[in-house]
Design a protein around this ligand. Structure first.
Ligand SMILES: [Zn+2]
Length: 436
């Protein structure tokens, strides 16, 4: 029996799917304008682990897992402008990197990856329905969701009105009827990415994309909606409101699951604070993706995870021990205590502790696989050294930067590799590398 902590009800309760043959899980995915950091990787690893557990419990085909790609956004538009390229150049580059980085952490691709730019029609249709039903209104080329029209608004985040207005850092705009109202559609200036709509040429607000894509791909009510703690308000509160109002009061999700932050010292890791560590950098420095995955699973997913050098070292030591114990055994029976621990609201610290006590190598391998660990051979693990693929990838990125005459970016990559003890040598046949 899987038990999950549901943010909506604020309690841990048995996970009872609406249909055991066809469960639906949606997790808010990346906005693709920069390299993912370890804080971004945490939900990818956590929900990958939950997907593995559900498939173990209910069968390989029992789950449809969707994770979206936000590929239209003001930050993407700003990056594209700064580089003088089309936004698709930015989004394709960083989506590719995202999949590479998450792949290195053993994250399996989701079953469906809807892209916002490909789903404008369902968004426009949902916005039109909200206007028709009196939950949204048009003003100066914008369409806004009317928060006072939804008496249940605030149920997920349990904030009062003052906190909601303060927390949303809402823009004070003359066209808003209420300061808490949020944007569903906004106008695009000439030369900025946009689509024709009944309200003029523009682009969607962020929140509507998830509501519209969930309805289009998974249906009106899904089993699990996931994401980081920081998404509860305003993003998920707004998703709930839009979907419920558009679907005659049906709930958007039956369970809301949120992971905690990765902390750097006293503050959370975030791009805006400039304190980020990326999987790409750590891989280049020679750490293995599996080490980073174990580090991310070492704390309970709802707790904050302090990210330190010591944590990475400790995770590697545990994997050394596990690989030694597992040897080259073929997977055997899964240990019931490991399943029990993960089933208890993804208690991965307890599952990792149990793994280290399993004596049978085959059982160890099979049980670790449930956490996405011990997926390679012991031989590969102990070969050690920097991840050569990651170095080659950085060299290719540097070559591309040089070709685009972005010498600052090219120099930065060379310096980063040097800091990791990797020396690049440019020759007539291309760039080679050696260890310092
Ligand atoms: Zn979302």
């Amino acid at each position: 029996m899987i038990r999950l902590y549901d943010t909506m009800t604020r309690e841990k309760r048995p996970f009872v799917p609406s249909n055991k043959q066809r469960m639906k899980m949606y997790v808010c995915g990346p906005t693709v304008y920069g390299r993912a950091h370890i804080g971004n990787a945490r939900p990818a690893v956590v929900f990958d682990t939950l997907a593995r557990l559900i498939r173990h419990e209910f069968g390989e085909e029992s789950l449809i897992y969707a994770r979206n790609v936000t590929d239209v956004d003001d930050k993407i538009i700003a990056s594209a402008k700064a580089e003088g390229v089309d936004p698709s150049v930015i989004t394709e580059r960083y989506e590719r990197h995202y999949l590479e980085d998450m792949g290195a952490l053993g994250v399996m691709p989701p079953d469906i990856a809807p892209h916002a730019t490909q789903e404008i029609a369902p968004m426009v249709a949902m916005i039109a329905r909200l206007i028709e039903q009196g939950h949204a209104y048009e003003a100066q080329g914008h369409v806004l969701f009317s928060v006072p029209s939804d008496p249940d608004y605030g149920a997920l985040s349990r904030r009062d009105r003052e906190q909601m207005i303060a927390g949303a850092r809402v823009e004070v705009a003359p066209y808003k009827r209420d300061p808490a109202d949020f944007v569903l559609w906004k106008p695009s200036a000439d030369g900025v990415i946009g689509w024709d709509s009944p309200w003029g040429r523009g682009r969607p607000g962020w929140h509507i994309e998830c509501s519209a894509m969930i309805a289009a791909h998974l249906g009106e009510t899904i089993d699990i909606h996931g994401g980081g703690l920081d998404l509860i308000f305003p993003h998920h509160e707004n998703e709930v409101a839009q979907s419920r109002c558009a679907h005659g009061g049906l709930p958007l999700a039956r369970y809301w699951v949120h992971n905690g932050f990765v902390d750097m010292g006293a503050e959370k890791m975030s791009k805006s604070l400039g304190n980020i560590v990326t999987p790409a950098d750590l891989l280049t420095q020679g750490h293995k993706g599996e080490t980073l995955r174990l580090a991310l699973l070492s704390a309970h997913y709802r707790q904050p995870l302090p990210w330190t050098e010591a944590l990475i070292e400790q995770s590697k030591t545990i994997l050394d021990r596990l690989y030694r114990a597992a040897g080259d055994a073929a997977p055997g029976e899964i240990d019931p205590e490991v399943v029990e621990a993960i089933s208890d609201d993804l208690n991965t610290p307890a599952a990792l502790a149990r793994l280290q006590a399993i004596g049978d190598p085959g059982s160890l391998r099979a049980s670790a696989a449930l956490l996405g660990l011990l997926t390679g051979t012991s031989d590969e693990w102990f070969r050690g050294g920097a991840d050569e693929m990651a170095i080659e990838e950085r060299i290719a990125e540097r070559a591309a930067a040089k070709e685009a005459r972005d010498f600052a970016a090219a120099d930065q990559i060379r310096d980063e590799l040097k800091a990791a003890g990797i020396i690049l040598e440019d020759g007539p046949g291309g760039t080679t590398w050696r260890r310092e």
